[in-house]
Design a protein around this ligand. Structure first.
Ligand SMILES: Cc1cc2nc3c(=O)[nH]c(=O)nc-3n(C[C@H](O)[C@H](O)[C@H](O)COP(=O)(O)OP(=O)(O)OC[C@H]3O[C@@H](n4cnc5c(N)ncnc54)[C@H](O)[C@@H]3O)c2cc1C
Ligand SMILES: *[C@@H]1O[C@H](CO)[C@@H](O)[C@H](O)[C@H]1NC(C)=O
Ligand SMILES: *[C@@H]1O[C@H](CO)[C@@H](O)[C@H](O)[C@H]1NC(C)=O
Ligand SMILES: *[C@@H]1O[C@H](CO)[C@@H](O)[C@H](O)[C@H]1NC(C)=O
Ligand SMILES: *[C@@H]1O[C@H](CO)[C@@H](O)[C@H](O)[C@H]1NC(C)=O
Ligand SMILES: *[C@@H]1O[C@H](CO)[C@@H](O)[C@H](O)[C@H]1NC(C)=O
Length: 522
C-alpha cells in the first residue's frame, strides 16, 4: 500500500518525505507509522471528488481512512515535511456546495464513516466528546439515552461535527444559544504541522478560536466536547403567514428580544422564517413537513408583489407541562401581527422535529431531485438594511421564482464569540437569508444552473451597489481581494494564525483562501 503511494507520488513527479522513507527502506512501512488505509481505489477517489453543490469536481491523489487522531497527525506531519506542495483536506459529509472539502494535488481524509471512538458522555457536567467526523444525527442518538441533547443545531443533521464547526452551525436555536461554535468546550486538533493538540478557552486558546469558524484552515478537528442540556420530550411547532415584510421582521425581532428578559415565560426555543415567492412544487416545499404548504397562497389570495413570509416558531416541552404550553403559545400569538387564520400547528417528538429536513430529503430522493446541482447562496444581512433587501431581491431580482426554499431569520450577534474566525455583519441583530436552490435541466431556462448562478451574482451585486454590507455564510470567493474584504478587520488575525498553525498552507485548499507556498500580503 505505502509502496503504491510512493509510486503514485513519483508518477505525479513528487518526491516527498514519505517517498524518501520508502526509497531508503521500502519495506520499512512502520517508520511511516500509519495504521489507517491509504486508498488509491478508483471508486474511493471518485466518491470524494464531488459534493452536494454538484458544481465542483476534483480528484485527489489518495483517500485516507484514518484509524485515530494520532494517525491523522502522522499523515499530516509527513505531508508537512514533504517539500512538493502536497495538500490535505478533511472531508466530513461532503455537504459543501463549492468544492471546499476537495483537493486535486493531495490527500482527502475521510472523517465520517471511519471506525473511531464512540461518543463519551459526562452526565454530571453535561457534555459529550465526539469524533470530528461524527454526524450530528449520531451525536443526538448517543446523548438521548441519557436524557440529554446538544443545544444548538443545524436544520439538517446529516452533517459532520467538524464540518459545521468549521463554519458556525446555525438554526432556529442560534438566537438564544448562539451558533454551534458557541457551544463547544474543548477540541482536539491536528494542526498543519502534524501536531495533535487539545485546545479550549483556557488551553491553546488561540488555536481553539482559530479553528471555530476557521473553514478548515488551521487544523483538523478530531474530537469536540459539545455542551448538552436536558432533552425536551416534545415540540409544539407553529407557522403563521404575513404579507407585510415590516410586520414580519418586527415580530421576528420582538420574539428574539424576549430571550434574556425575565420573567422566564413565553419564550420560544426556535425561531425561523421563510420567504414564499413561488408557491408551487416539491422543489420549493421539500423542507416543509406540514400537510399542505402549497395552500398558503390560496388561503391569503395573491399578496403584495406575490411575496409572502412565513414565521416558524417552536416551543419545547416535557409531557408533564403540556397544558401550560397551549396557554403560553396562545398568549404569544396574540401579540403578533400575522394574517388571521393562517396558523398551522404540529406537535411532535423532539427527535422528529430536529430530524425534520431528512424527511424532505427522502421525498426529493424518491423523485431523483436530491442529486442535482445546488447553487446555494447564504447571506448574513444587517438588520438595518433588510427592508431594502426585501424590495430589491425578494420582490425584485427573484422575479417570482425561487427554485427552492428561502430561509430568513434574525440572530443576536452577542451570542457569537468575537475571538472565533467566524465573520458576521456589525449590526447587533442580523438576518440569515438562505437561498437553498436546486438547478434542473428540464427545458425551463429559469431553472438552470447558469440562470441561478447568474441570479446569485445579481443579488451580490445589488448589495454591493447599494452599500448593503452583507457577509456570506459558508463563504465562497475566488480572489485574494475578496477574501481579505470578507474577513475585514479579522483578516490580520486570520493570516497570523494561518502562519502559526498551517505555515505551509497544506490544509483545506478547496476553500480557495491559501495554497501551498502562496502567500498574501498582510
Ligand atoms: C441539506 C443541507 C442542509 C444544511 N443546513 C445547514 C444549517 O441548517 N445550518 C448550517 O449552519 N449549515 C447548514 N448546511 C451547511 C453545512 O453546515 C456545511 O456545508 C458544512 O460544511 C457541511 O458539513 P460536512 O461535514 O458535509 O462538511 P464538508 O463539506 O465535508 O467540509 C466542509 C469544510 O470543512 C472542512 N472540514 C471537514 N471536516 C473537518 C474537520 N473534522 N476538521 C476541520 N475541517 C474540516 C473541509 O475541509 C471543508 O473545507 C447545510 C448543508 C446541506 C447540504
Ligand atoms: C441510534 O442508535 C441505535 C443503537 O446504536 C440504532 O439502533 C439506531 O438505529 C440509531 N438511530 C438512528 C436514527 O441512527
Ligand atoms: C406593515 O406593517 C408595518 C409595521 O407593523 C406598518 O407600520 C405598516 O402600516 C404595514 N403596512 C401595510 C401596507 O399594512
Ligand atoms: C389545498 O387544500 C385543498 C382543500 O382545502 C386540497 O384539496 C388540496 O389538495 C390542497 N393542495 C395542496 C397543494 O396541498
Ligand atoms: C410577481 O407576481 C406578481 C403577481 O402575482 C406580479 O404583480 C409581479 O409583478 C411579479 N413580479 C415580477 C418581478 O415578475
Ligand atoms: C513554501 O515551502 C517552503 C518549504 O517547502 C517553506 O520553507 C516556505 O516557508 C513556504 N512558503 C510559504 C509562503 O509558506
Amino acid at each position: 500500500m505505502a509502496l503504491e503511494f510512493f509510486f503514485t507520488l513519483a508518477l505525479y513527479g513528487f518526491v516527498t518525505t514519505i517517498g524518501l522513507i520508502l526509497i531508503l527502506d521500502p519495506t520499512n512501512i512502520p517508520s511511516f507509522g500509519i495504521k489507517g488505509k491509504l486508498s488509491f481505489d478508483q471508486h474511493d477517489l471518485a466518491s470524494v471528488s464531488h459534493d452536494f453543490g454538484g458544481q465542483s469536481q476534483a480528484e485527489p491523489l489518495a483517500v485516507f481512512h484514518p484509524d485515530s487522531a494520532e494517525d491523522i497527525a502522522r499523515l499530516v506531519k509527513a505531508v508537512y515535511e514533504s517539500t512538493q506542495g502536497l495538500t490535505v483536506s478533511a472531508r466530513g459529509h461532503g455537504h459543501s456546495v463549492n468544492g471546499q472539502a476537495q483537493t486535486s494535488n493531495g490527500i482527502v481524509i475521510r472523517m465520517s464513516g471511519s471506525p473511531t471512538k464512540p461518543a463519551r458522555i459526562n452526565e454530571k457536567l453535561k457534555y459529550v466528546d465526539v469524533w470530528g467526523g461524527d454526524l450530528w444525527i449520531n451525536v443526538l442518538n448517543s446523548t438521548l439515552g441519557y436524557g440529554l441533547a446538544p443545544k444548538s443545531w443545524t436544520d439538517y443533521l446529516y452533517l459532520s461535527v467538524g464540518g459545521t464547526l468549521s463554519n458556525a452551525g446555525i438554526s432556529g436555536q442560534a438566537f438564544r444559544h448562539g451558533p454551534q461554535i458557541s457551544n463547544v468546550y474543548e477540541l482536539d486538533v491536528v494542526t498543519g504541522k502534524g501536531e495533535l493538540k487539545t485546545c479550549s478557552e483556557k488551553q491553546n486558546s488561540e488555536l481553539f478560536y482559530a479553528v471555530l469558524g476557521g473553514l478548515g484552515q488551521f487544523g483538523i478537528i478530531t474530537r469536540a466536547r459539545i455542551a448538552l442540556e436536558p432533552s425536551p420530550q416534545r415540540v409544539r411547532w407553529i407557522r403563521v403567514v404575513y404579507s407585510n415584510f415590516s410586520a414580519f421582521t418586527q415580530d421576528q425581532e420582538y420574539l428574539i428580544s424576549l430571550h434574556g428578559q425575565s420573567p422566564d415565560v413565553e419564550k420560544l426555543d426556535y425561531i425561523e422564517g421563510s420567504v414564499v415567492v413561488d408557491h408551487a412544487g416539491l422543489i420549493n416545499n421539500w423542507r416543509s413537513s406540514f400537510a399542505s404548504p402549497g395552500n398558503v397562497s390560496s388561503l391569503v389570495g395573491v399578496a403584495n408583489g406575490g411575496v409572502l413570509y412565513r414565521l416558524e416558531i417552536a416551543k419545547n416541552y416535557q409531557q408533564s407541562n403540556a397544558n401550560s404550553v397551549d396557554e403560553e403559545i396562545e398568549a404569544l400569538l396574540k401579540r403578533l401581527h400575522y394574517i388571521p387564520a393562517t396558523t398551522s400547528t404540529t406537535d411532535l417528538p423532539y427527535v422528529d422535529f430536529l430530524d425534520r429536513v431528512h424527511k424532505g430529503e427522502l421525498k426529493l430522493r424518491s423523485q431523483g431531485l436530491w442529486e442535482v446541482p445546488h447553487p446555494w447562496l447564504n447571506l448574513f444581512v444587517p438588520k438595518s438594511r433588510v427592508e431594502e433587501f426585501d424590495k430589491g431581491v425578494f420582490k425584485g431580482i427573484l422575479g417570482n421564482h425561487s427554485q427552492g426554499p428561502i430561509l430568513i431569520y434574525p440572530i443576536n450577534r452577542n451570542k457569537w464569540e468575537k475571538r472565533t474566525s467566524a465573520v458576521t455583519p456589525d449590526d447587533e441583530v442580523f438576518y440569515l437569508v438562505a437561498f437553498l436552490r436546486s438547478a434542473l435541466d428540464n427545458g425551463d431556462s429559469s431553472q438552470t444552473l447558469e440562470y441561478l448562478n447568474n441570479q446569485n451574482r445579481q443579488i451580490l451585486k445589488f448589495c454591493d451597489d447599494n452599500g448593503i454590507k452583507i457577509k456570506q455564510y459558508l463563504p465562497h470567493y475566488t480572489t485574494q481581494k475578496e477574501w481579505i474584504e470578507h474577513f475585514g478587520d479579522k483578516w490580520s488575525t486570520f493570516y497570523r494564525r494561518k502562519m502559526e498553525f498551517d505555515p505551509k498552507h497544506i490544509l483545506a485548499t478547496g476553500q480557495g483562501i491559501f495554497y501551498p507556498n502562496f502567500s498574501y500580503n498582510e
